[in-house]
Design a protein around this ligand. Structure first.
Ligand SMILES: Cc1cc2nc3c(=O)[nH]c(=O)nc-3n(C[C@H](O)[C@H](O)[C@H](O)COP(=O)(O)OP(=O)(O)OC[C@H]3O[C@@H](n4cnc5c(N)ncnc54)[C@H](O)[C@@H]3O)c2cc1C
Length: 198
């Protein structure tokens, strides 16, 4: 069963090809859990000599220029605090960062916040962003559009904070908090500050 976006990304279609073999599909990083290492299993390294004649190579690496963009590793993060249009302003990400820092995690965003110019695309979670699978995913002021959910629905624990108690994000949340993120997040931080520091 292969899942892929269809109709301009407005729905996720499950593709089944019962009759034809072989089949091939691609999987985005972060979609699947790493398999546990089997004890005693040995791999075999086969060295293949690649023989190219210099004259046949038309492409040459002239220079390697590192991207000036901030490097963000959403796929490795164990805790992600993600913000959407409910933040109301780009400065809202500073509050999310405070919560993320409490967990040693990172911030992320919905596409709408990226489109609004509040945060770089590197932070975008979803169908046209990064697929993530952290242990905890906080969705703060994010409605839960299908394209966003496609990129985070396999997270371990989903905590949604939204003023609209009918927001679709609550359909997939393990913990749903109907409230203003500007009140809820400081309250969570305050409670965490009471915990023993180690
Ligand atoms: C082809 C295609 C690809 C797309 N790819 C992506 C993608 O990769 N990722 C992605 O995220 N989207 C993607 N989208 C866009 C997606 O459809 C949504 O438009 C987007 O996810 C909405 O972002 P949002 O939830 O931040 O904003 P909104 O839908 O505007 O939701 C804001 C939410 O904040 C809540 N809110 C308001 N104030 C507060 C407050 N003070 N406290 C708490 N909650 C509050 C509101 O109730 C609302 O639910 C794509 C769309 C298309 C068509």
């Amino acid at each position: 069963m292969q899942t892929r976006p269809a109709f301009g990304g407005n729905l996720m279609a499950t593709i089944v090809c019962p009759n034809h073999r072989p089949q091939m599909s691609t999987v985005r990083p972060g979609v699947m859990e790493k398999a546990a290492r089997e004890p005693g299993r040995k791999g075999q390294l086969i060295k293949l000599e690649a023989k190219f004649a210099e004259k046949d190579i038309r492409t040459k690496v002239l220079e390697v220029v590192k991207s000036a963009k901030e490097m963000v590793s959403l796929t490795d993060a164990e805790v992600i605090v993600s913000g959407g249009m409910g933040l109301g302003k780009p400065e809202g990400f500073e509050l999310l960062k405070q919560l993320a820092d409490k967990f040693g995690g990172t911030i992320a965003s919905s596409r709408a916040s990226v489109d609004a110019g509040w945060i770089d695309h590197a932070y975008q979670v979803g169908q046209t962003g990064t697929t993530v699978k952290p242990k905890i995913y906080f969705a703060c002021g994010i409605s839960g559009a299908i394209q966003h959910v496609a990129g985070m629905q396999n997270s371990g624990l989903i905590v949604a904070i939204n003023t609209n108690e009918n927001a679709p994000i609550f359909d997939i949340a393990d913990i749903g908090i109907a409230g203003d993120l500007y009140k809820v997040i400081p309250a969570i931080i305050e409670e965490m500050d009471k915990l023993p520091q180690d």
